[in-house]
Design a protein around this ligand. Sequence first.
Ligand code: SUO
Length: 415
Amino acid sequence: MSLLEINFDGIVGPSHNYAGLSFGNVASMRHAGAVSEPRAAALQGLDKMRSNLALGLTQGILLPHPRPHHAWLAKLGATIESADDTLAANAMSASAMWAANAATVSPDPDTADGRCHLTVANLRTMPHRSHEWPATLAQLQTAFASDVFTVHAPVPPAFGDEGAANHMRLAPSHGEAGVEVFVYGVSGGAFPARQHIEASRAIARLHGLDPDRVIFAEQSEEAIAAGAFHNDVVAVANERVLFAHEKAFADKQSLLDACERLVRGFEYVEVPDAEVPLADAVRSYLFNAQLVTPPDGQPTLIIPNEAQETPSVWRWVEAHVAGNGPIRRVEVVDVRQSMANGGGPACLRLRVVADPATVDQRFLVDEAALDRISEIIGRYWPEQIHHSELQNPALIQDVEAARGALLDGLGLGHG
Ligand SMILES: NCCC[C@H](NC(=O)CCC(=O)O)C(=O)O
């Protein structure tokens, strides 16, 4: 059996809009009330998947959730028609597109029972995200139904968990036993710390990780306060390499010492604040990159256009690639619609190291499958959504029909 890293990208749902719902996510706050383009957003996501396929990577998908979330509104004694603006926006959010927040994944080389464990994130800090988990759980139970996987329900909402966005795995190669780093927040200045250490500890126990090969690292308060609402805004890991901003962690040295001790061939690539200030890192999403190893073995950093357009960042990238650094290739992708809500290339994907043959094949895509999905999106996804339209019955009908058409097209029914 061959273990590969598979990136499961969330398909951007037809209700994608800018409601400014995420306090502490500076892009979401800045774009509150802007006009969104769901069709362009979803097609941008598909193009990112195409460029990953072209690199020779294995690609999967996760599906948009049913919106509006009628059942959630009903629990609040409301309907989409009767809800106030904020409640309606919470029920219409397409935030499940950010698959890095779907779950935390520990592949089988790391776990005591030799299974791949996934724990769905409770996302309890933001109301619009707190109701994602039941649909995520149902989807992961379908995609990972084989007995090589164990899918766990979320940890209790007493403790905030935002999934893989706060989790990094380091290993000599994907298929070997790794070290799992759980990054949590204690304080974020004016902004909330969304990942709690109690949740991270629970996940490490549930997944049967060896306590000697787990690291808990605190995110720096300064990074959260600057808009790094998840660790993956300031750090990313792939195999032996940790790529991070100088100010990502509260106690960088302890983290690096532990990685040196536990990961054979560990390499740390730091971007100094003097070269790329935290604000530029957050604005450009340099670290919200997919750091991947394609079959040609050249570690590749997949970054958004905004990184190329931020002078300090692009200078750093060019110098690194020209030198002899561990990142050998850079791919620039356009995910501007998602970026405007604070979701870069890495937010849009959930990494699962597994044998692709063990995954429900409807969740894996090749070029031909992406062509079919793109045709459905082109036909059904709204071109634009004005924030004031979120309760408009015609829009709601279009959004529900669009998702239905996609699920039918993928043979996944109306679940
Ligand atoms: N990993 C990236 C997540 C981005 C997400 N943004 C949002 O939910 C913005 C939604 C809005 O404002 O309409 C978040 O903050 O959790």
